[in-house]
Design a protein. Structure first.
Length: 157
């Protein structure tokens, strides 16, 4: 038997056991993005341009273009009076100052040539389609927990 009593064994302090350290965290993949991953947003832009390109050969439409553009001198420019009108008008019941600013810029660049207005709209459609691609990819990644480099087109987004 040991000469020490159980009470003396308990009073002796032991150094607490050191928990094992967690495994090292792997370093993030720092390899460059393959060049072909940028083709998906480019393809979205090219398809959008191809679909809407025929609009460049058309005139102003007889739906609302006559009221908004052809018979309306108030939007033609970006001067103070034009901007005041653009931010205060509700022509046809809509308050659309950014649209009016776009039309004013179109008028400064293209005059009343419908091809220029249509070109602006085709380019805006392509930009919106590419933006939608990146937003949808980010939302889907967040929803599925997919990694940053798991699908084509994963640039800096």
């Amino acid at each position: 038997m040991s000469p020490r009593s159980p009470a003396s064994k308990r009073s002796r302090s032991r150094a607490p056991a050191v928990a094992p350290s967690p495994p090292p965290v792997p370093i993030a993949d720092v390899s460059p993005t393959p060049w072909w991953w940028g083709l998906a947003p480019l393809a979205v832009a090219l398809v959008t341009l191809a679909v809407f390109w025929p609009a460049l050969g058309h005139q102003f439409l007889d739906w609302d273009d006559t009221m908004n553009l052809v018979d309306n001198p108030a939007f033609r420019g970006l001067g103070g009076s034009h901007l005041r009108w653009m931010f205060t008008t509700t022509l046809a019941g809509h308050w659309i100052p950014l649209t009016w600013i776009s039309f004013g810029a179109d008028h400064l660049v293209w005059g009343m040539n419908p091809r220029g207005y249509h070109l602006t709209n085709v380019l805006l459609h392509a930009a919106a389609a590419v933006t939608f691609y990146f937003v949808a990819r980010r939302i889907l990644r967040a929803a599925t927990g997919a990694g940053e480099r798991s699908s084509p087109g994963s640039g800096s987004c």
